[in-house]
Every structure is written in structure tokens, then in C-alpha cells.
Design a binder for this molecule. Structure first.
Ligand SMILES: Nc1nc2c(ncn2[C@@H]2O[C@H](COP(=O)(O)OP(=O)(O)OP(=O)(O)O)[C@@H](O)[C@H]2O)c(=O)[nH]1
Length: 343
């Protein structure tokens, strides 16, 4: 909208200036008149969102190229009508069309559009350049085509470079995502969860913010695989990830620790709260069938961070707690909170 308004204003100002200087003519009035009709029409189209932006941009580009081509043809072949058209400013504006073209689409499409426009200008001027008498604007016109070709090549080079750069950035983002995501459940993977535990340990040591960890293991998962097949086992893992997420807070971080084991890091969470959360999780998972008609249960080992803990010591205790939950009958949460108080 702003570009259209600016273009309309400059068009009107140019027209007024030429009228004031007495340099206008019927042809120029026609060109400016067309401009003054085209711009408000486009304004309405943009305002009412009648067309997608890319069509509007393309219409503006084709309009600009069309006006320049018509002016060029009039000036070169019909001096009677085109005498008032000054080739110098006209030829100065033509390269702007190529720059505009390269802002509209991908580098390959923009190249095609720009080459078509260049071919149009070359085709218009060719009979003039090949005429018997040395035409007065021949050199000037050839220079325009050469500059246009160089400009298009440069624009193509920069825009394809930018395109490759964007792809490289996307690839880096994608690689980082893949490195931290479990392929099956799309949860954070072991590496990412180890990082999360590391960061919480740093926060705990530095500021004393306690956190808890729940280690989750599916009960008798081997039986599910053996009875229903590995694919159903995979579905169960995905479904469990979704169901566990339902009972967790946004700040809790759930990840797949490996195989049929999951882990939750609960920031700013005391042991009792973590135990409560883990018991709720066991109930929520076992409450309704998880895959088809099959109900699955989980056992949880719960620990709260202690002074002097490392990731290894914390996870060792979580493992012991999980073992206790399995031996205590499964589908339950057991905790380990018998150490010295947190820092
Ligand atoms: N479908 C599927 N199975 C997996 C995957 N990762 C590990 N498993 C299976 O999970 C099962 C784990 O079995 P066990 O360690 O014996 O434990 P369990 O049968 O769950 O028994 P308890 O933990 O003692 O209740 C094995 O059969 C593994 O093959 C996976 O990505 N997909």
C-alpha cells in the first residue's frame, strides 16, 4: 500500500511538473492518466484483498514494464507522438523494473521474468537498431540492454546466494532439532534430557532452586511386543508420551530416556509434589486403554536433587526407586528422599 501510494504521488508530481514547464503532450498525458487510473484500482484491490499479494505485485511489474515498452516504442518509431518522451529518464527507470522483479519470487522465477522483460525491450528496439541510417539513440539503447543484462546476472547471483544461505540456515536448524528429538515419540531424546538435568543442576548449585526427576518405565512391555508385535509396541510408546504430557505442567520436561523408559524433569518441585505427580501419572496412564483395547501401566522412580548431586548420582537413585516400584507390584511410584537436605 505504501509503495503504491508513493508511486502514485511521484507520478502525479511528475505530471504536474511537466505541465507547469509546458513539456507535456497528449502522449504523456495519456501515460500519466493511465498511471492515475491503475494506482487507485490497485489500491482498492489491495484494500479489499481481492487478489493474493503475489498477483498484485506481478500486475504492478507488468504494468511498469508495459508502460516503459510503450514509451520506448513511441519514442523510437513515432517521433511525432513520442517527441516529448525523454529517453534518458526512461532508460534510467528500466533497470528498477529488474530489481523489482527479483523481490517478487524465487531466484529462478525472477530470472525468467527479467529475461522475458529484457527480451521485450530488445525486440522493440531491434528494428530501430538495425535500420539503415545510424539511428541517434542506437548507442544509448545498446548500452541499456548491456547494463540490463549485467544487472540481471548480478541480481540472479545475489538472490541465488541468498537462497542457498537460507537453505543452509534451515539445514542447521533441522540438524539441531534432529539431534535433540526422539524420532518415534517426537519428545526430547536422552541427549536433550541429560542437558536439561545438567542445566537444572547448575541452577540448583548456583541459586538453590530444587528440582525433582521421575523415571518412568512401562510395565511388562516385552509382553506387549511379543503378543501384538513391535508396531503396536511403538504405537504404545507414542500414545504414552501423549498421555503423560496431559498430566504435566508446561514447565515440566518429558523425554524418552531409551527403550520403554521415559524421564520427567520437574523444575522448582519438592519431593512430595513430585511423588504426588508421579502417582497421578500412574493412575492416568492405567485409567483407560492406551492402544486399542489394551491398558498399560507404568512404574515410576522419583528423586529430589540433593547437595553434591551429579547427574549420575541423581539418576542412580531414580533407578533404585524405580526398581523398588517394580518390586512393590508395578503401576506405582516409589521415591528416594533419605539424603541430607537440599542446598
Ligand atoms: N516396540 C518397541 N519396543 C521396544 C522399543 N525399545 C525397547 N523395546 C522393548 O521393550 C522391552 C523391554 O522389556 P524388559 O526390559 O524385559 O521390561 P518389561 O517387559 O517392560 O518388564 P518390566 O520393566 O519388568 O515391567 C523389550 O522387549 C524391548 O525390545 C521400541 O522402541 N519399540
Amino acid at each position: 500500500m505504501a509503495i503504491l501510494a508513493l508511486s502514485l504521488l511521484s507520478s502525479a508530481a511528475g505530471w504536474a511538473l511537466m505541465e507547469a514547464r509546458g513539456q507535456s503532450s497528449a502522449v504523456l498525458r495519456g501515460v500519466f492518466g493511465l498511471n492515475l487510473v491503475f494506482h487507485p484500482v490497485m489500491y482498492v484491490v489491495v484494500w479489499r484483498r481481492l487478489l493474493p499479494t503475489r498477483y498484485i505485485d506481478m500486475a504492478c511489474l507488468l504494468f511498469a514494464a508495459g508502460i516503459c515498452a510503450a514509451c520506448m516504442a513511441l519514442r523510437l518509431y513515432a517521433p511525432v507522438y513520442g517527441a516529448s518522451i525523454d529517453l534518458q529518464p526512461l532508460y534510467l527507470w528500466i533497470p528498477v523494473i529488474y530489481v523489482f522483479a527479483f523481490t517478487l519470487a524465487g531466484h529462478k522465477t525472477s530470472l525468467t521474468i527479467s529475461l522475458c522483460i529484457l527480451a521485450l525491450f530488445v525486440a522493440i528496439s531491434l528494428p530501430y537498431l538495425l535500420s539503415q541510417d545510424p539511428p541517434p539513440y542506437a548507442n544509448f539503447t545498446v548500452q541499456l540492454h548491456m547494463v540490463s543484462a549485467v544487472l540481471i546476472a548480478a541480481l540472479y547471483f545475489f538472490s541465488s546466494y541468498q537462497h542457498r544461505f537460507q537453505i543452509a540456515l534451515l539445514t542447521v536448524d533441522e540438524l539441531a532439532r534432529l539431534a535433540n528429538t526422539d524420532e518415534l515419540t517426537k519428545l526430547a531424546n536422552r541427549r536433550r534430557m541429560a542437558e536439561a538435568i545438567g542445566s537444572e543442576l547448575v541452577r540448583f548449585t548456583r541459586y538453590g532452586h530444587a528440582f525433582s526427576v521421575i523415571l518412568i518405565d512401562i510395565d511388562h512391555f516385552k509382553t506387549i511386543n511379543d503378543r501384538f508385535g513391535h508396531a503396536v509396541g511403538d504405537q504404545a510408546l507414542v500414545a504414552l508420551a501423549a498421555r503423560a504430557t496431559e498430566v504435566l505442567r508446561d514447565v515440566d520436561m518429558l523425554g524418552r530416556w531409551g527403550g520403554e523408559e521415559f524421564i520427567v524433569v520437574l523444575p522448582e518441585t519438592a519431593f512430595e509434589q513430585a511423588m504426588h505427580k508421579a502417582a497421578g501419572l500412574c493412575r492416568h496412564v492405567a485409567a483407560t486403554p492406551l492402544v486399542g483395547e489394551h491398558t498399560i501401566s507404568v512404574s515410576c522412580g522419583v528423586v529430589r536433587v540433593r547437595a553434591g548431586d551429579t547427574a549420575e548420582t541423581l539418576l542412580q537413585r531414580a533407578d533404585v526407586a524405580l526398581y523398588a516400584a517394580k518390586h512393590g507390584g508395578r503401576n506405582r511410584a516409589e521415591g528416594m528422599d533419605d539424603g541430607p537436605p537440599a542446598a
